[in-house]
Design a protein around this ligand. Sequence first.
Ligand code: EPZ
Length: 417
Amino acid sequence: MYAKIIGGNRIEGEAVLQGSKNAVLPMIAASVLCRGEVRIEHCPAISDVRELLTVLSKTGAVCELKDGVLTIDASDAVPFSIDREQAKKTRGGVLFLGAFLGRFHEAGIAYPGGCVIGERPIDLHCAVLRKLHVVLTETSEGVYGKGRPVGERVELSYPSVGATENAVLAAVCAKGRTELLGAATEPEITELCRFLNKAGAVIHGIGTNYLVIDGVSELHGVTYRLSGDRIVAGTYMAAAAITGGEVVLRGAEDVCMDGILPVLQAAGTQIRREKDLLVVTGNDRVLAVPYIKTAPFPAFPTDMQSQILALLSMADGDSVVCETVFESRFAVVPELCKMGADILSEGQCAVVHGVRQLHGADVKAADLRGGAALLLAGLAAEGETKVYGYEYIARGYEDICGLLKRLGADIMRMEDS
Ligand code: EPZ
């Protein structure tokens, strides 16, 4: 599957922002802890969600995603070991570790394995679960945990999003109180904690890097409306910016854009909030941004790094973008250079020398956000661009071709011949 784009059209109009991928994935894992129906509204129809539901249904949980409403009933779920094939496809599957331990007091998962953005080990996940008295056995294939978590005062050596989520999922039904220091504070963690408290958990310090969790025996059913996806919002804002258009994103009332707005504004984009709207107007020419560094929240997020590279490739000067979260997240650079971008990546940093015009080319996505970046470049490039590897993009963006088309892009999703 690939996207075919004829560049040059302004991206203009109003669109509804999809629900947050990185907030709903841990909630799907968390539903294992709930006795009764979990109902998540505004759930995005993306392949990462479908993959995780496939795993969840193997436990006997009843799952349905229809018209943006996800219902899960895991009351009769039983433990299920996630094999390598499944673990590779579903990175979010690692979150079943904490949830299964909290519910079944046992869990087995193959290592999710690395991907193009980095090795992505789970040593921090294992360390925090061991501190919660889980007996974890690691083999060359994966990890197996046994025992009901017991609350402790634990500190994360790095604010890993996934390790924080696994710690919280193991602690909410643990025996006693857990104090989690050095927790990640991404909005998705805040949202997961709010969801869990609505389901009967007792979590204090939500939104901070010091979470105090009093274990309860079980959680009950819950109805929760997912907030908008901040990275998808940033991506469509970059689409307006790179084409000099204007986009109004609806459903953004509770979307935290910390870290993202300042960078887009520095690149010349005008942005204003009006109730649940984010109104974004592109500049005639993208402005270079001397230095950008990705880091854990509330800094500029790594998941917007590839998209910003695409935007700055057409800026009026030189920009430097440094990636400090993942060890190799510049796979999109050679693909952007095929379109005429002038980017040199060296180690953790990329120097972007802005050019006046990109030209269409056949390019290939190697990861989700790199794929989104190539679509952005194709929107502004002169001529035809084909972005292969569309299945990566479909992991996190709900019908991005249809949405961009409605906003004026000349874009089509095509099946490989
Ligand atoms: C989550 O991944 C997101 N995925 C990622 O989004 C996001 O880029 C990342 O957080 C950082 O914000 C989901 O939420 C499903 P980490 P996660 O643990 O949890 C290292 C996207 O495009 N690390 O914070 O895997 C790790 O290798 C995706 O939507 C260890 O060394 O991120 C990385 O270098 C991509 N050992 C850094 O920490 C561990 O045990 C940050 O990883 C865990 C992580």
